[in-house]
Design a protein around this ligand. Structure first.
Ligand SMILES: Nc1ncnc2c1ncn2[C@@H]1O[C@H](COP(=O)(O)OP(=O)(O)OP(=O)(O)O)[C@@H](O)[C@H]1O
Ligand SMILES: [Mg+2]
Length: 291
């Protein structure tokens, strides 16, 4: 796509995948959701923003020469690090094990925002895999997205931590659509009960709707796919986990997004506002006018 064509497009809908507790399935879900959206004809970039513990490239068996860290340090351009992956998606590899990435300073954050701004110009969806927890970088990036997918298992501790993240995201940006995804449920009953519990707590305390998404059962197919370094959606397209991911992608795409409303402030503008209150004039000069 030419730069001229890109400038005419609506910026991408930004979807972050996050959780309270670690190891609940975010990375597998981000990858497979990005592919499911691509299978529905969308242009998708998957951004690995698990700063410090990035592993999307490992799960996708990508050969990565340079990662997001090199863009943030100003050594590479974004287009030099984009990698094509199976399932017709583009991937921005994260910065594995680079400890400085976990706590970005002001200038690195601005470089990151610039890079993200570029990404949103060329695609329909930007799917962001984040780390777990309430670290301020994570919450800032998460809460500024159009849609946030909170992943939790039905375990009480995972649910409690998921609630804490839901609350933090909602308090930071009440316009973000928050979606709940129960992963690794033993059966449908357990998933539905967990989902019901969480939605009634969120209704009661945050007075805000939580969009319930299709649940994913615990399925050894996911572990098999991880060992083969292949997304489970491509390894076993008819497994329950794969059907559920496709249903989530369809539901997201059909759901009207705040993103489409005229008054909606875009992801990049919100990030800039949030991160650069003191340097706003300088930075917003680089942001293209609203389309
Ligand atoms: N539905 C599922 N059924 C069976 N195993 C699953 C399922 N979802 C995830 N897993 C397994 O859980 C483990 C953690 O998954 P993943 O790395 O995607 O989680 P994460 O939330 O991204 O972790 P981290 O917080 O470390 O980034 C993996 O070994 C994966 O195979
Ligand atoms: Mg992960």
């Amino acid at each position: 796509m030419s730069a001229k064509e890109a400038s005419k497009r609506q910026p991408a809908r930004v979807l972050t995948v996050t959780s309270g507790k670690g190891g609940v399935g975010k990375t597998n879900i981000s990858i497979n959701l990005a592919i499911a959206l691509a299978q529905q004809g969308k242009r998708v970039i998957l951004l690995d923003l698990d700063l410090g513990l990035a592993d999307v490239d490992i799960l996708l068996n990508l050969s990565v020469k340079a990662d997001l860290g090199s863009v943030i340090r100003g050594e590479r351009k974004l287009e030099e690090i984009l990698v094509r992956a199976e399932g017709k998606i583009l991937v921005v590899p994260g910065a594995f094990g680079d400890e400085n990435m976990a706590n970005l300073g002001d200038s690195a954050r601005r470089k990151l925002i610039d890079a993200i701004e570029q990404m949103t110009r060329y695609v329909d969806y930007l799917v962001i895999d984040t780390g777990a927890g309430l670290g301020s970088n994570i919450i800032d990036f998460t809460a500024n997205a159009d849609d946030v997918l909170i992943v939790t298992t039905p375990e009480a501790t995972s649910m409690l931590d998921a609630y804490a993240v839901t609350k933090a995201v909602h308090n930071r940006n009440p316009d973000t659509a928050i979606h709940l995804l129960i992963n690794m449920a033993r059966d449908a009953k357990e998933a539905r009960e967990a989902s019901q519990r969480m939605t009634s707590i969120v209704d009661h305390f945050l007075h805000s709707p939580l969009h319930k998404e299709e649940f994913l059962l615990y399925d050894p197919v996911v572990g098999d796919a991880v060992r083969r370094r292949q997304p489970f959606l491509l390894h076993k397209p008819h497994a329950q986990v794969s059907r559920a991911i496709k249903a989530i992608a369809r539901h997201l795409d059909e759901m009207p997004s705040v993103h489409n409303s005229k008054s909606h402030q875009g992801f990049i503008e919100r990030l800039v506002d949030r991160f650069t209150t003191n340097h706003k004039a300088q930075v917003s000069a680089r942001i293209p006018p609203k389309r």
